[in-house]
Design a protein around this ligand. Structure first.
Ligand code: OSB
Ligand code: MG
Length: 365
């Protein structure tokens, strides 16, 4: 396989409704896709972060610079997905940008072999149970209406976004109204260790887990908090590598790990994190970043690995977009189907992609 061309396409796709978290409100999926053209096949990937560095330090404009000036110039025409990490190792950080490059190359490579992402990663399921992440609302009434709708659609697990001032009350109301559903919360780093007594109030609601209550660099804080709350702590932002996962597990900072391929530099490292967690008996689930179909396809393949024993944030396309840039992913019986076609198993629909594309740039030719 020989790389002939790498293009970056900025896209902006409206969300069906604003998505509010403790770090901000999103109304549009505003990001870029990478298209890698080789002599045998074409590969696609999606940059997972946003225009502003609110979830993590990376953001769209920075990722474009780092790809154009530092990552793409380091890959050789005969690069394979496995070589991307070693070739770009000298560049500190920028894991979401690196993940985009590695994934697009992996997609092209797998398509050249006629192998699916699931086949490559070691998927053991044809479909995976799907959860849904529910944003912060203006009222409890609006929250209950949203949750009711998602449950009616068949989602088997509800994740509520929380922040100080929107935590115990909404959780209590949802638990009271919907009874014995699988329920978890995600704080996106909105609390401090000094809030331990407050967070302990969530214990009475039998949550599956509490995701990333403290700062991303606060592994010790999570370990101390874990001693003071009964709800299992799950890390998202804190885990950027298999090494991080091993450290967090060894320090008892988490009992569950959210694996987002983008956050950890790509699917190869995501699989290593899965393996470390499985070796330690730590359940994992696949996180999401409101991806288009281009990012959702490979996430579903990852979510079908044997250690992914909890429902992921891999919801149906319509939960995010009225119109996706690929064929929409549907929820069937509470499950999402793992793509079986070569590579990521989905293609952007040319005409739709054209309509959502705001700018195109060639990074290599
Ligand atoms: O923390 O899991 C998160 C979305 C964007 C950024 C961070 C997160 C999220 C979600 C939504 O919770 C997950 C999804 O449905 O894609
Ligand atoms: Mg999270």
């Amino acid at each position: 396989m020989k790389i002939e061309r790498i293009e970056l396409l900025h896209v902006a796709i409206p969300l069906v409704s604003p998505f509010r978290t403790s770090f901000g409100t999103m109304t549009t999926k505003d990001t870029f896709l990478l298209r890698v053209v080789t002599d045998v096949a074409e590969g696609w990937a999606e940059f997972a972060a946003d225009p502003e560095p609110l979830y993590c330090s990376e953001f769209v404009a920075a990722a474009e610079i780092v790809l154009a000036d530092h990552l793409v110039p380091r890959v050789t025409p005969d690069v394979t997905a496995a070589k991307v990490a070693p070739l770009t190792e000298a560049i500190k950080g920028h894991k979401l940008a690196k993940a985009t490059l590695e994934t697009a190359i992996l997609d092209a490579e797998l398509r050249a072999y006629g192998m699916s992402m699931g086949g490559f990663l070691g998927s053991v399921a044809d479909r995976v149970p799907s959860g849904v992440s529910v944003g912060i609302k203006d009222s409890i009434k609006a929250l209950l209406a949203d949750v009711e709708g998602y449950l009616a659609e068949g989602y088997g697990r509800i994740k509520l976004k929380i922040e100080p001032g929107w935590d115990v009350e909404p959780v209590r109301e949802v638990r009271q109204r919907f009874g014995d559903i699988v329920l978890q919360v995600d704080a996106n780093t909105a609390y401090a260790l000094a809030d331990a007594e407050h967070l302990r109030r969530l214990d009475e609601f039998d949550l599956l887990l509490m995701e990333q209550p403290l700062d991303e660099d606060d592994i010790r804080g999570h370990a101390l908090l874990a001693q003071r709350v009964r709800t299992p702590i799950c890390l998202d932002e804190s885990i950027t590598s298999a090494k991080d996962a091993a450290t967090a597990i060894a320090l008892d900072a988490c009992r569950v790990v959210n694996i987002k391929p983008a956050r950890v530099g790509g699917y190869l490292e995501a699989r290593r994190i899965h393996d470390v967690c499985v070796a330690h008996g730590i359940p994992v689930w696949c996180g999401g970043m409101l991806e288009t179909g281009v990012g959702r396809g490979p996430n579903l393949a990852l979510a079908a690995l044997p250690g992914f024993v909890l429902p992921g944030d891999v919801s149906a396309s319509r939960r995010y977009f009225a119109e996706d840039i690929t064929e929409p992913f549907e929820l069937v019986d509470g499950h999402m189907t793992v793509p079986t076609g070569p590579g990521i198993g989905v293609d952007p629909i040319p005409e739709t992609l054209r309509r959502f594309t705001t700018a195109t740039r060639t990074l290599y030719s």
